[in-house]
Write a protein that binds this ligand. Sequence first.
Ligand code: PRP
Length: 206
Amino acid sequence: MSPMRARLKNAKLKTSVPPRWRKEVERVLITEAQLARRVKTLAGEVEKDFRGREMVIVSLLSGTVMFLADLIRHLDLPLRLDFMGVSSYGSGTESGELVFTKELRLEVHGRDVLLVDDILDTGKTMSRVLPKIRALKPRRIKTCVLLDKPARRVEKIHADYVGFAIPDLFVVGYGLDFAERYRNLPFVGVLHPHIYQESGKTKPAP
Ligand code: PRP
């Protein structure tokens, strides 16, 4: 096979769901390469805005795991990193009840905070977390999400840095889960409806 054909075949492979996941994941929405490019660009924007400041990154567990790791390796700034644990109670339901499973440990008073989450969906999580951080009197808080799903928003909230705005699809991978699975997929994919329908959840979130 010529190098050109091999490159084309490779590019095509990356946009299709690997055979191992085809029964569960309908299609690739954002490829590994698109994620890598966009995350690097986002990091550049953050770096420009936070240069010269004492920065604390507050990342929400657990969906940010891949996004965060990729984002911070592109940030050429001194920074400190902390996590908050927050989960929708009875995930996949519409209850919207949030439970804090880990509180902040680092001092953010007078600091510049970047709050990182994987997806901004209804906005309930961010709108519960932001007042909690604001109460600690940081100098400012900026928000950064990999994915923004504006169609599902119920809270009046937006993120300062957004990787990709996406339609109202159930997405998994690159940290995002369904029932704690699929976080390890290196791409963002659309979950087959039969997966969440079989689990009895008609309208999963996100
Ligand atoms: C998901 C996601 C966001 C939140 C967004 O968290 O990680 O934090 O939902 O949804 P919202 O805008 O409707 O509040 P989840 O509770 O599923 O926890 P996880 O990060 O551990 O997957």
